[in-house]
Design a protein around this ligand. Sequence first.
Ligand code: EPZ
Length: 430
Amino acid sequence: MDRIRIVGGHRLNGTIPISGAKNAALPLMIASLLTEGTLTLENLPRLADVSQLARILANHGVDYTIEGKRSGDSDTQGQTVHLAARQIVDTTAPYDLVSKMRASFWVLAPLVARMGEAKVSLPGGCAIGTRPVDLLLMAMKDLGAEIEIEGGYAIARAKNGLKGGDINFPKVTVGGTHTALMGASLAHGTTVIHNAAREPEIVDLAECLMKMGAKIKGAGTKTIEIEGVARLNGARHAVLPDRIETGTYAMAVAMTGGDVLLQGARADLLQAALDVIEQTGAKCVQTNDGVRVTRNGGPIQPVDVTTEPYPGFPTDLQAQLMALVTRANGTSRITETIFENRFMHVSELARFGAQIRLDGDTAIIEGVEKLKGAPVMATDLRASVSLVIAALAAEGETTVNRVYHLDRGFEALEKKLGACGAEVERISAG
Ligand code: EPZ
């Protein structure tokens, strides 16, 4: 298994290109199941989750072609990929594939919408919480599907097609909203989604679906209205920049000090997080080329932050923020409200000398002057990168084990950080 070795204490200076968003890329790829036409996605990140989803979609009959490099292209530029589901050859998504990536459960909606049936394995356990799919199944029922759970599978049927209806989410759910959008786009009649998720990735999916011919109003607000159409077509769409990758590198700069341009990043996609980063003492400015983050001396200031659905502070940046304030000049409080078990990084951060106490869903972090490098272990994607942030500012050497978690969601992390002066290398298992 690969490891990452980091020697801390270097400021970050330079440019980091921001990749296409993983959490937009995945539902966009899944949307290819809705049409016989070709869906072309630009700016797709090179990530293990993207390759894994391509394998899952191939099992349903999706041809996946990556365009070759063009003259003038750089290595960090996103890929252009063509997805074509001319014929759905299999409506079952088996356990061995779905258990590797939860988001693949989302194939349920487009398969039922197009084929009238689907059998998709329930995703099973997860390192950050129980993560049920009851609300996704509720949305499918509201669209007229009959649902049965059998042998660890959700079996959904709508022989005469899905029907528009009212979907009232009791809790904001990104996956539930993606499911409802994809199902309702090909349903008979009109659907209204109440208490919809407002994440930028929802808007990106809706915009792509509209290019494919869907009739959607209100994406990005709490109420989305969809008028179903009989068929959707191919389209071309560019994946939006990754706001979580942006926030992660912004926090890395806030931690080490320095001056970095996050090329291609959009501040409007993560304003709440940038406001918190500024409270810690860094500056984040939108320029024509991206977001420029600087911190020149001065202590890291403590913060009091609660994770919330968009537009609030994202749970996917909670671990990284915790790493940053381990070195704050005072006591910080971070409350996690989205997932019940998303504090696995706490005990790993303690290995650097961080002082963190848990009180229910709140972490109380007493800032320390120095962190010291240590061997640590990644537990999930965002937790892993929080260890990288701690390591960049720690004295001495850190090795982060189980790097496959990082590869799921951070493209070329060691190259991007290395180009800005960090001492970081991947040690291959050989
Ligand atoms: C998406 O997960 C993201 N994944 C997550 O990113 C992200 O943390 C999360 O949204 C919240 O922003 C992708 O986009 C691929 P939810 P999702 O449904 O859709 C509860 C990462 O690191 N819930 O919005 O699965 C759920 O347990 C990942 O990139 C139900 O109770 O999240 C949670 O408490 C991790 N029943 C809350 O809703 C359901 O049926 C929000 O979850 C569904 C969800």
